[in-house]
Design a protein. Structure first.
Length: 277
């Protein structure tokens, strides 16, 4: 975490840090570290357990998890929490309603045109990503996947079939260098913000730690791809190797004169434009 914060400080970047309630309760100091440096604090749900996916939880349980994580993060950080990103990007249409009911105003879970196949848990339900709007939009109150007139703004994480994220940056750095150029061209054409996902633990070398691979699916293909293969790939370029890769990516966008903002800042700066994007 300190290395990631130092990198952001080096270039004057403010980011949105999404924490699960589990991590926030276990390590409240990592929430305070980001909050004290004026980064935005967002909710990442209660935990990353597969049974806590928002695509399978009943509505009432979604509300309870959102209320729990929001209050916990606000108590720790002393800041209002209005942004959400679902664990593993797993959401249901009615997650929009649950977010609005619990005081959230921004979501960043719908990775438009991202196709994970079996490489992430809940990937079959993420087929809806392929038809989701690509530019930021106000969601329908009852369906997070479509445009509407609600007070919930969706800011899609960047993807072009493959995710634009720390994992792909580490596994396929050359492809990521081309990907960032494609996303830059898109941003020039239609002003779509570039949203990159990275986890602080990617800056930590965990390759020497024993890894317990839990089987999350009875489907053999899903088990081989999303559990066995994914677990092996996720250790590539962890730790010190990830930091220069990420710095190169940041410098690419700095050289293209991008403004780096938090989720809240982006919505504040573009409030009147989002409905027309």
């Amino acid at each position: 975490m300190p290395k990631l914060l130092d990198l952001y400080a080096k270039y004057g970047i403010k980011a949105t840090f999404f924490y699960t309630g589990y991590i926030a309760k276990l390590y409240p100091e990592v929430v305070k570290m980001a909050a004290n440096l004026e980064h935005e604090i967002g909710s990442h749900g209660k935990s990353h357990l597969k049974e806590n996916g928002f695509d399978i939880m009943p509505y009432e349980k979604q509300v309870k998890h959102l209320e729990y994580s929001k209050k916990l993060l606000e108590d720790i950080s002393g800041k209002q929490v209005i942004s959400f990103r679902a664990p593993a990007l797993r959401v249901s249409p009615n997650t929009a309603t649950a977010l609005l009911e619990t005081g959230f105003r921004i979501d960043s879970s719908i990775a438009s045109q991202r196709f994970d196949f079996f490489l992430s848990f809940g990937s079959k339900k993420k087929i809806k990503f392929l038809n989701a709007p690509r530019l930021p939009y106000r969601t329908n109150r009852n369906n997070i996947f479509i445009r509407g007139q609600s007070n919930l703004v969706e800011i899609p994480p960047s993807a072009t079939i493959i995710p634009f994220a720390g994992t792909t940056m580490r596994i396929m750095p050359k492809i990521t260098s081309y990907h960032q150029k494609i996303l830059h061209l898109e941003a020039k054409l239609n002003r779509k913000p570039v949203v990159f996902i990275i986890h602080p633990n990617e800056i930590i070398d965990e390759s020497y730690e024993p890894r317990i691979i839990k089987r999350r699916s009875d489907n053999v293909i899903a088990y081989v791809l999303s559990d066995l293969l994914r677990a092996k790939l996720k250790t590539k370029n962890l730790g010190e190797n990830a930091l220069p890769l990420y710095e190169q990516l940041i410098l690419y966008y700095i050289n293209k004169v991008y403004t780096f903002t938090t989720m809240q800042e982006y919505v504040s700066l573009n409030e009147g434009k989002i409905s027309n994007l």
